[in-house]
Design a protein around this ligand. Structure first.
Ligand code: UD1
Ligand code: UDP
Length: 391
């Protein structure tokens, strides 16, 4: 069986890692097996800190095809990827193309494959924000529509698909048992709850992060004595009022609460430098530290040891939940509703007073680690299930 993985953006390298590990383990368990894996990197992210560092740190194989597409408008970037991916797929003619998440690389990979009648497996299928102004929501909806195997991370995601008319759901949306084997011969698309590959990654790499990362001492911070913030969502960075609201809120948390560490996505750094009437960063908010994007192992340690996480990232919201660190989401909605239902995540939007008010409240509270929470993201074996469903 020939599989092609298509990735291109930071979170996709992290989602890919457990799937590649599952393939390696499968080959060790069954030496005669005929899995051939080909990796395509679209080049959507290209700075070392946004791409190379993950390959080095997580021990990922080098991409077999690096398309070097880079940045651009949605149409240009997606179109360039589509053309370049199609050329590679025509050479390889795989049995499956696997795409991850909701970026332009996801959409381009799925569309290129579907048009060539190559089956598409979508890892992280079924997520919805119900906000069609988000580019990610359009990527999700279209990718799901043209996928053959919809690999959902949660029951909520399966339910979303059911509401959209996907009727063939394995194991009725509950976490797929291991003895299920390859997907059935059903001709239409098949959906299954396999669990969340990002949870697999956290379980795989946290111990290594504990051993290797010195990020806390490098940044001069101590466990439980800082807030961690990330901001990169277009709806926040591209709206000066929202961006200003968020950073004013963070500056106040830093002044009145705890030091704030904010690893900045390049998009956000650029947006901040364009915004002339910026809130008091730097000298008047010395405890708000803006740093370059950090590696995954450093990020795991920053998340695990933070007192509170403020973010508009999907992955970071979940990782805060995995570590049972309170999270404030700098958006009006989330795709990861289980984290809110379990009361580890609150939607605070991007208005400075509200961001600061809720963050300062959380800092005042002793976090009850004994809170009993459900485990909606699987059992850390999602990647194994992905592989077993490909048949
Ligand atoms: C993309 C995804 C988003 C995901 C995020 C993960 C889409 C539409 N969006 O957003 O869903 O959450 O990745 O991080 O696919 N840039 C650099 N260096 C890089 C990469 C980007 O400087 O290595 C800058 C460029 O100016 C670029 C901007 O960041 O124009 C945005 O990059 P892009 O890949 O278009 O979208 P992201 O905001 O990263
Ligand atoms: N991440 C990282 N370094 C950073 C910021 C994020 O390694 O400086 C990791 C984070 O731990 C998570 C993933 O990147 O695994 C989330 O990616 P991002 O926030 O870019 O995108 P999203 O999840 O919102 O699509």
């Amino acid at each position: 069986m020939r599989l092609v993985n298509v990735v291109g953006a930071r979170p996709q390298f992290i989602k890919l890692a457990p799937v590649l590990k599952a393939i390696e383990q499968h080959k060790i368990r069954e030496p005669g097996c005929s899995i051939e894996e080909v990796l395509i990197h679209t080049g959507q992210h290209y700075d070392y800190r946004m791409s190379g560092v993950f390959f080095d740190e997580l021990g990922l194989k080098a991409p077999d095809h690096h398309l070097g597409v880079g940045s651009g408008s949605h149409g240009q970037q997606t179109g360039d990827m589509l053309k370049a991916i199609e050329e590679v797929l025509l050479q390889i003619r795989p049995d499956w193309v696997i795409v991850y998440g909701d970026t332009n690389s996801t959409l381009a990979g799925a569309l290129a494959a579907a048009k060539l009648h190559i089956p598409v497996a979508h890892v992280e299928a079924g997520l919805r924000s119900f906000n069609r102004r988000m580019p990610e929501e359009l990527n999700r909806v279209v990718t799901d529509r043209i996928s053959d195997l919809l690999l959902c991370p949660t029951e909520t995601a399966v339910d979303n698909l059911r509401r959209e008319g996907f009727t063939h759901v394995l194991n009725d949306g509950r976490l797929l048992p291991f003895d299920h084997g390859p997907r059935t011969t059903h001709n239409g698309p098949v959906a299954a709850n396999v669990g969340d590959v990002m949870y697999d990654s956290v379980l795989l790499y946290t111990e290594l992060a504990e051993q290797k990362s010195d990020v806390l001492s490098r940044l001069g911070i101590t466990t439980g004595e800082y807030a961690l913030a990330t901001v990169h969502r277009a709806e926040n960075t591209d709206d000066p009022q929202r961006l200003r609201g968020i950073f004013e809120g963070l500056a106040r948390v830093a002044r009145e609460g705890l030091p704030v560490i904010a690893p900045l996505h390049p998009r956000t750094r650029q947006a901040l430098s364009r915004t002339s009437n910026l809130p008091p960063l730097g000298s008047s908010a010395p405890r708000l530290t803006l740093v370059e994007p950090v590696s995954y192992l450093d990020m795991l340690m920053l998340e695990k040891n933070a007192r509170v996480v403020l973010t508009d990232s999907g992955g970071v919201q979940k990782e805060a939940f995995f570590f049972r660190v309170p999270c404030l989401t700098l958006r009006g909605e989330t795709e990861w509703t289980e984290t809110v239902e379990a009361r580890w995540n609150s939607l605070v939007g991007c208005e400075s007073h509200e961001v600061a008010r809720v963050a300062l409240l959380v800092l005042d509270r002793t976090v009850a680690n004994s809170l009993s929470v459900p485990e909606p993201y699987g059992d850390g074996q999602a990647a194994q299930r992905v592989l077993s469903l490909l048949g």
